[in-house]
Design a protein around this ligand. Structure first.
Ligand SMILES: [Fe+2]
Length: 159
């Protein structure tokens, strides 16, 4: 999905998530190519952190907003996204407690990458186009998401 083609009413909110999605995709690709164990571990943990932040913003602000706008149109897509998030979170928690020495580390990161790619394709291929077609005004929620992202990112780096 090309950010420049998104109408202004949706661009800020969707653009914020698109940027994170492409960063996450890039990290999983880098992980699969990297040979050095320590670097692979650092890339995996970076991907987990980026995913955690965007998932939190979606769950706190974006999903409830979209659901409240139109349960009939969006409820089912949000339900699916929430279930996918819970699988993603569970894998992230397992990976964060591991090092690349652990036997299943690489398999878990690979499965997390596949699951995330499926999830992101659902959002970018189904949910976002529907929000655009239905011309949902996402400007206010977009601004709140951006502000929340700054707060969470600061908290995450302090923790
Ligand atoms: Fe998501």
């Amino acid at each position: 999905m090309n950010k420049a083609e998104i109408p202004l009413a949706q661009r800020d909110a969707l653009g914020l998530m698109l940027d994170d999605h492409s960063r996450i995709k890039h990290l999983f690709k880098a992980f699969s190519r990297e040979k050095d164990a320590e670097t692979r571990e650092a890339i995996a943990h970076e991907a987990c952190l980026t995913l955690t932040v965007v998932a939190q913003i979606e769950e706190e602000l974006f999903y409830p907003h979209v659901r409240a706008r139109n349960e009939t149109a969006f409820g089912h897509l949000i339900d699916k996204a929430m279930v996918e998030h819970s699988c993603i979170r569970s894998l992230i928690a397992q990976i964060q407690g591991m090092t690349s020495e652990d036997r299943l580390f690489h398999a878990k990161v690979a499965v997390l990458g596949e699951l995330t790619s499926h999830h992101v394709n659902g959002e970018e291929g189904e949910l976002y186009p529907k929000l655009i077609v239905m011309n949902e005004d996402l400007r206010d929620i977009g601004a709140r998401m951006r502000q929340r992202k700054e707060e969470i990112t600061i908290e995450a780096h302090i923790a």
